[in-house]
Design a protein around this ligand. Structure first.
Ligand code: OAD
Length: 319
């Protein structure tokens, strides 16, 4: 009986793939593990590795991606960042399967939590990188945005990049203040003996003014990957608001669904939309219509085979 219900689940999944026209694929780190990129929460995942290494003295491994911790200890993230910097990885069958859905005209959007950009490398264009990427980086102070590659040398050499725009702004302000102080000194010299009034500040007042810029170094630049404590780009809400009207199948793949708001996508989509969950391990807090447990690459390869679809080979992938 168990076998029969198992088979009917699979045939239902195949039917859903045959008929769906607007599929949302919600993906996570589990679709990139076969590329050699660890996920976060598995026993051999990044958080377990950070805990075992004990190198960074974190109270909790998630602090590595916490914006408050980053502001206090940017050197910790920058001594680690090269480990997660997208380098020479090749998309997995899962990434290429998402591309296949797009080529067949049935992908509404891929909401990925991954920052490895492997979906784009597989040629997927309808992808939203919900947790950002290394493609750009921004100054935490003046918000100036720069192309990601400008900070690549800092990441590779474990150094903290500081903002050039802030530095220029600070230098310009310091120059202006110097000129202003010189003017005031001149004016004081001329007006010696007159009563002190507004604008006749002492040297110590001038020194205080010098610190007005805020003191310290210019702003730290952080790659535009979303840290805990940072809001997602408004594009996430905008896309979801639009897509929820059109989606007819939700496929969740390779994610523990532990991080909001991405994990809440399930509740924002009408209940009438069927959900297929493909993952190595079960996730207790969600109850999808169909749960296919196992290696994601093997499952999508098998499904495609049954459907008579052909996953594009790695060679066809745009680099
Ligand atoms: P997790 O590490 O939390 O979950 C990955 C899931 O993929 C786990 O449930 C694994 O069992 C499963 N998995 C691993 N290998 C697999 C395979 N070959 N086939 C199928 N499933 C496999 O990663 P995410 O859910 O992506 O955010 O994590 C979400 C967010 O938490 C990340 O984007 C990151 C992290 O903290 C930030 O840093 C902001």
């Amino acid at each position: 009986r168990e076998r029969l219900s198992h088979l009917s689940t699979i045939s239902q999944a195949l039917d859903l793939f045959r008929t769906a026209r607007n599929i949302i694929v919600l993906s996570g780190a589990g679709i990139s593990t076969s590329c050699g990129i660890p996920d976060f929460r598995s026993a051999n995942g990044l958080y377990a590795q950070l805990q075992q290494e004990g190198k960074y003295e974190l109270d909790d491994p998630q602090q590595m991606f916490d914006i408050h911790y980053f502001r206090e200890h940017p050197e910790v993230f920058y001594s680690f960042a090269k480990q997660i910097y997208p380098s020479n990885f090749t998309p997995s069958p899962c990434h290429r399967w998402i591309k296949l859905l797009e080529d067949r005209g049935v992908l509404l959007r891929n909401y990925t939590q991954n920052i490895d950009t492997l979906e784009s490398l597989a040629g997927v264009t309808k992808v939203l990188q919900c947790h950002g990427s290394f493609a750009t980086a921004s100054c935490l102070r003046c918000k100036t945005r720069a192309p990601g590659p400008t900070i690549e040398p800092y990441i590779m050499s474990s150094q903290i990049p500081y903002c050039g725009s802030c530095r220029q702004k600070r230098d310009a302000e310091m120059e202006a203040k110097k000129a202003y102080k010189a003017e005031r000194r001149k004016a004081r010299g001329k007006g010696k003996g007159k009563a002190k009034g507004w604008g006749s500040g002492s040297e110590s007042e001038d020194e205080e003014e010098e610190d007005e810029w805020g003191g310290g170094e210019p702003g730290i630049i952080k790659p535009d990957i979303t840290f805990f404590g940072q809001a997602l780009d408004s594009e996430f809400d905008e896309c979801l608001f639009k897509d929820r009207e059109e989606v007819d199948l939700l496929v969740i793949i390779g994610t523990s669904l532990k991080v909001a708001p991405v994990s809440e996508v399930l509740t924002h989509i009408p209940h009438s939309v069927p959900q297929i969950f493909i993952n190595l391990t079960p996730v207790a807090h969600v109850h999808p219509d169909i749960c296919l447990l196992g290696d994601a690459d093997s499952i999508v390869t098998w499904l495609s085979h049954e459907l008579g679809w052909k996953i594009p080979p790695p060679a066809a992938v745009a680099h």
